[in-house]
Ligand binder design. Structure first.
Ligand SMILES: [Zn+2]
Length: 303
């Protein structure tokens, strides 16, 4: 059963202690009861400060070990509030915004919390897109206008896949790429789109030879004003850029672009969700499934 707070007062009342936060994470991480990460055993004794002692192998663990929350020096009550703000603000929050709203002493703390949560926004083993899927590329950085050619030094390349849903859009996948080679494009499609689907692209030759898919290749011709060969991709790209320029004022270093793409994808794919609390639930659920990322890893993550 999906169990989540509906409002901020509900969140505040329910998650006022470390123990209440741990109980919530326990139910998300081990819905069928405790499972020892070392031996798989189901028997354990509760110890001090949220630790569990495995009855089988004596391994000591906690509900946060091996998750995004591992080794945190911040209370879970603070993490829960951070997850709440990140998921309930329509466009998300910047690190500065989070620092202010949580009353954090340091910008670095807010930044780290936020980036760890962004890592959790990609669900491990998530489903691929299917049906008809538009695929194209876009750029981030440098001047937005008037750049000729497909590749420039100071721009980041982003691959975009958007599911067709009638006249509208279904789910999306985004990925930063270093180049537009056949290898990169085909790998992105293979990772993002279910085989047997139809992939619609423009005439870029690197898309040729797609195996396992029907390929609807639209060779670029002069388009009437305001029309696009791949209208859904075009729409997603403009929403993405508006979000990066708006919420984050364009201040996104290319090294961290992947984290922002994660967050945008998480929000976009749940945009029709009626309850914001449900997004909180999803994020908490994914946060206990994702490996820990020490601060050093976050800052060194530079493919
Ligand atoms: Zn064990």
């Amino acid at each position: 059963m999906e169990d989540y707070p509906r409002t901020l007062p509900e969140l505040e009342a329910r998650f006022s202690t470390e123990e209440s936060c741990r109980q919530y994470l326990f139910a998300l991480r081990w819905p069928d009861g405790f499972k020892c990460p070392a031996c798989g055993g189901a028997q354990a004794w509760p110890m001090q400060r949220g630790l569990w002692l495995c009855a089988g192998c004596r391994h000591q663990t906690s509900v946060t070990a091996g998750t995004v929350f591992q080794d945190t020096h911040k209370p879970l009550t603070l993490w829960f509030r951070a997850m709440w703000y990140v998921t309930t603000q329509k466009n998300g929050v910047s690190a500065l915004g989070l620092q202010r709203v949580l009353g954090l002493g340091s910008y670095k703390t807010a930044w780290t919390l936020l980036h760890k949560l962004r890592r959790a926004m990609v669900r491990p083993g998530r489903d691929r897109l299917k049906g008809l899927v538009e695929v194209d590329e876009t750029y981030w950085g440098g001047q937005e206008e008037g750049v000729v050619g497909r590749l420039t030094q100071e721009k980041a390349l982003i691959l975009v896949a958007v599911e067709e849903d009638g006249a509208g859009m279904g789910r999306i996948r985004l990925r930063r790429t270093l180049d537009l080679t056949k290898d990169s494009l085909h790998r992105f499609i293979g990772d993002s789109v279910e085989p047997g689907s139809t992939v619609r692209t423009d005439g870029l030759p690197a898309y040729l030879g797609l195996e396992g898919y029907a390929h609807d290749r639209r060779v670029q011709r002069r388009q009437p004003e305001g029309e696009h060969l791949l209208p859904r991709v075009h729409r997603v790209v403009s929403l993405l850029k508006r979000w990066m320029m708006g919420t984050h004022q364009g201040a996104i270093a290319q090294d961290y672009l992947d984290y922002y793409l994660n967050e945008f994808t998480f929000r976009f794919n749940r945009r029709t969700s009626k309850s914001r609390g449900k997004l909180f639930y999803r994020l908490a659920e994914q946060a206990v499934q994702v490996d820990p990322a020490p601060f050093k890893f976050l800052t060194l993550h530079n493919p």
